[in-house]
Design a binder for this molecule. Structure first.
Ligand code: ASP
Length: 582
């Protein structure tokens, strides 16, 4: 038996018991006549004591040889500590050791395994197994497991069946490139790893399973953006005989359950915004609604003067930053420099200080009267003391720029409290998106999403006006889930493929199996997928998903611990019928 108790378990009520513990040497303090060792395992830390008076000399000498992270087993007696440590649950007791077995030695770890470590990101990733010994990382993984359990609990109770779908498949377009796997037994042929189990879950509905879910890995070969992983986990769900309303209700239920069970908070409101409204009011299809600063369009009310920049702009739009009127010229210049950074790309910013005395001071006083500025301030619901920040230009560029400024100001003002949860649904997305480069349409969600009822005909005449029966669940400015009601009719699916630029032959070659299945009584169905990594991070009050993944890839998509990706040797390449072009 390696242990009678864990290192987080013993209390004063255990004093005088004989115990066996196993764990890692976290720290050792050698005062000569006495040695204290913090023994650590997943459950906590227990102090061990060896001293000249009570410990025999050989044992004391052996204890002296222990280095950090040695794995040991000890036997001893629980005793009351003379100086107690109120900071840890086992702080009232220590173990007077009478037997010590070294189970394994350890090299000196390359960084300190404390809550705050001196290890840089790269080093921690290379030795991730050591990083996982640190409490914050360990706790994040435990937290993630708890979230997954709650997801399973909720969905199982609702009658969802967990089904595994294959990883070696054929391409499923979700808007990214596929990772592919060469087939040794089929020369020149490749599997694709799923970007999502989309088509399979639809086939499970054709198969009559009615309610499916899976906590599943998805793979997307995208150019990596900050905090994206090439493989990530989704809570993937599908339901038959449902309309949008059924899905929204079910998954509001899941979200409420999680926030309640995990964070102990009740959320009841799940406001709904159309995509168009979200863009108009927040410049963003995943708005953070924990705070206001809504967009005020000033295009019409700013055109009557000689200010060319506004006159020629497609949109003039502003936000009122609470308390911002006290910003100095220098602070405002800094803000302007911030929005002009290439990442944001605004050309400039007009500002109006709404003074406490009801007067206005703006950077365009030359062109606009106090009356004009008052109208703007009212439109933006600016209070005395606020700073009105105004951007102008094309709608496509200006809205995201102002949205970035809105988020930045909220961050600076401390309005993005991670303990507040403000979910919302964004609905009625455009079905198709025009690709500026190729001039082709592609599906904004994916090709299996159905148009809103009654909009099919519009596809022929005005494709970009067609709205999708699709919805995103947004939490605190992050898209945590997205889905749609699907097409379940072969003819409609064929029309959709046509609009996405597939010839009938191509559509058949790639999706013949789905079109076929639709001919055998496919029920109306729809679903949603949540990004588990991001959801866990948000519930955990943090922003980076990497901290909640046991073995994440770095920003270049590499696993620096196992050193992947890596070349194959000639023999293996040959077996796979692959030639590397040099
Ligand atoms: N397959 C979709 C995605 O991965 C989710 C869905 O439509 O259910 O985003």
């Amino acid at each position: 038996m390696f242990r009678s108790h864990t290192c987080g378990e013993l209390r004063s009520s255990d004093v005088n018991s004989e115990v066996t513990l196993s764990g890692w040497v976290h720290k050792s303090r050698d005062k000569g006549f006495v040695i204290w060792i913090d023994l650590r395992d997943r459950y906590g830390i227990t102090q061990l004591v060896f001293d000249e008076e009570r410990t025999d000399t050989d044992l004391l000498e052996k204890a002296r040889t222990l280095g950090r992270e040695f794995v040991v087993q000890i036997k001893g007696k629980v005793i009351e500590r003379t100086s107690k440590n109120p900071n840890i649950p086992t702080g009232d007791i220590e173990i007077l050791v009478d037997n010590l077995v070294i189970l394994n030695k350890s090299l000196v770890p390359p960084f300190t395994l404390e809550d705050k470590t001196d290890g840089g990101d790269d080093l921690r990733m290379k030795y991730r197994y050591l990083d996982i010994r640190r409490t914050p990382v360990k706790n994040n993984l435990i937290f993630r497991s708890k979230v997954s359990m709650e997801v399973r609990k909720y969905l199982s109770n609702e009658g969802f069946i967990e089904v595994e779908t294959p990883y070696l498949i054929k391409s499923t377009p979700e808007g990214a490139r596929d990772f592919v796997v060469p087939s040794r037994m089929n020369e020149g042929q490749f599997y694709a790893l799923p970007q999502s189990p989309q088509t399979f879950k639809q086939l499970l509905m054709v198969g009559g399973l009615d309610k499916y879910f899976q906590i599943v890995k998805c793979f997307r070969d995208e150019d990596l953006r900050a905090d994206r992983q090439p493989e990530f986990t989704q809570i993937d769900c599908e339901m038959a005989f449902v309309e949008q309303e059924d899905i929204l209700t079910t998954f509001e239920g899941l979200t409420k359950h999680l926030i309640k069970e995990i964070n102990g908070k009740d959320v009841s409101a799940f406001p709904r915004l159309t995509y168009d409204d979200a863009m108009k009011r927040y410049g963003n299809d995943k708005p953070d609604i924990r705070f206001g600063m809504e967009f005020a369009e000033l295009t019409d009310v700013s055109k009557h003067r000689d200010f060319g920049i506004f006159n020629s702009a497609e949109i003039v739009v502003g936000i009122a930053v609470p308390g911002g009127s006290t910003y100095t010229r220098k602070e405002i210049d800094k803000l302007i420099a911030w929005i002009r950074r290439p990442q944001i790309g605004a050309k400039g910013m007009v500002y109006v200080k709404c003074n406490e005395d009801g007067s206005y001071k703006s950077s365009v006083d030359k062109f606009y009267s106090q009356e004009d500025l008052k109208v703007w301030a009212e439109k933006a619901s600016a209070e005395p003391g606020d700073l009105l920040c105004i951007l102008s230009g094309s709608i496509k560029e200006t809205r995201p720029q102002l949205s970035a400024l809105r988020m930045e100001m909220a961050e600076r003002l401390g309005l993005r409290n991670p303990e507040d949860f403000a979910p919302l649904w964004v609905v009625d997305f455009p079905l198709l998106e025009l690709d500026d480069e190729t001039g082709n349409y592609h599906a904004m969600h994916h090709p299996f999403t159905s148009p809103k009822p009654g909009q099919l005909e519009l596809l022929e005449t005005d494709p970009s006006a067609v709205r999708a029966n699709a919805y995103d669940l947004v939490l605190n400015g992050n898209e945590i889930g997205g889905g749609s009601i699907r097409i379940h009719n072969k003819e409609i699916q064929k029309i959709m493929f046509k609009h996405l630029g597939f010839t009938p032959e191509e559509a058949n070659a790639q999706f013949g199996f789905l079109l076929d299945a639709f001919q055998y009584g496919a029920p109306p169905h729809g679903g949603i997928a949540f990004g588990l990594d991001r959801l866990v991070a948000i519930l955990g009050g943090q922003e980076t998903i990497r901290d909640f993944i046991a073995f994440p890839k770095n920003n270049s998509g590499r696993d620096v611990m196992i050193d992947a990706p890596s070349p194959l040797d000639q023999e293996q390449l040959k077996e796979l019928h692959l030639k590397i072009q040099s």
